[in-house]
Design a protein around this ligand. Structure first.
Ligand code: ZN
Length: 187
């Protein structure tokens, strides 16, 4: 009689421990080396939407591998599935301040003749550091003013984010530095 009561008490305790351990594993949060899937809407402070995942697939990224601007990840650290967060990133936490030195006046003959030049148009050039994107800021008969600043440089960005899914990254994803499968690379 005494033994069986002790046994059942022990059983209860073991069961309780198991349950807490499983609950701990279920509250996975966004942290380095996790693969996070989120829905997001980005707006400028005046309210204009510049990008949103609404109506399309959510965004999937490997946390802690420079896939996102650092400020975005910092603000989402510790968030669990279903959690919604809103935050504002000043330029230094988003795409950096604008650099006037990144605006250059280039003689027009340096551009291929067949290349359609139009103010506001975004083009890409190959450099020793890899592909570089620029926009055309001005055109005259002799020259073209090109702007190598990131289009979002100097801008304050607001984000509303909802966490859809979090999982552990596979060893292969960690070594590649990006996500494989849905929302990621297929190779
Ligand atoms: Zn890969």
């Amino acid at each position: 009689m005494f033994h069986s009561r002790l046994a059942s008490r022990r059983g209860t305790r073991v069961g309780f421990r198991r349950r807490t351990r499983r609950e701990g594993a279920m509250t996975m949060v966004i942290e380095a080396d996790k693969v996070a899937t989120v829905h997001y809407t980005g707006t400028f402070p005046e309210g204009k939407v510049f990008d949103t995942s609404e109506g399309r697939d959510p965004l999937t990224f490997l946390v802690g591998h420079q896939q996102m601007v650092a400020g975005f990840e910092d603000e989402m650290l510790g968030a669990a599935v279903g959690e919604k967060r809103e935050f504002t990133l000043t330029p230094e936490r988003a795409y950096g301040e604008r650099d006037d030195g990144a605006v250059q006046v280039v003689p027009r003959e340096q551009f291929p003749e067949e290349m359609e030049l139009e103010v506001g148009r975004t083009e890409r050039v190959q450099t020793e550091q890899g592909p570089l994107q620029f926009s055309i800021a001005a055109i005259t008969e002799e020259s073209v003013t090109v702007d190598f600043n990131h289009p979002m440089a100097g801008k304050t960005l607001r984000f509303a984010v909802e966490v859809v899914d979090i999982r552990d990254a596979a060893p292969e994803e960690l070594s590649h530095g990006h996500v494989h499968g849905p929302g990621g690379h297929h190779h």
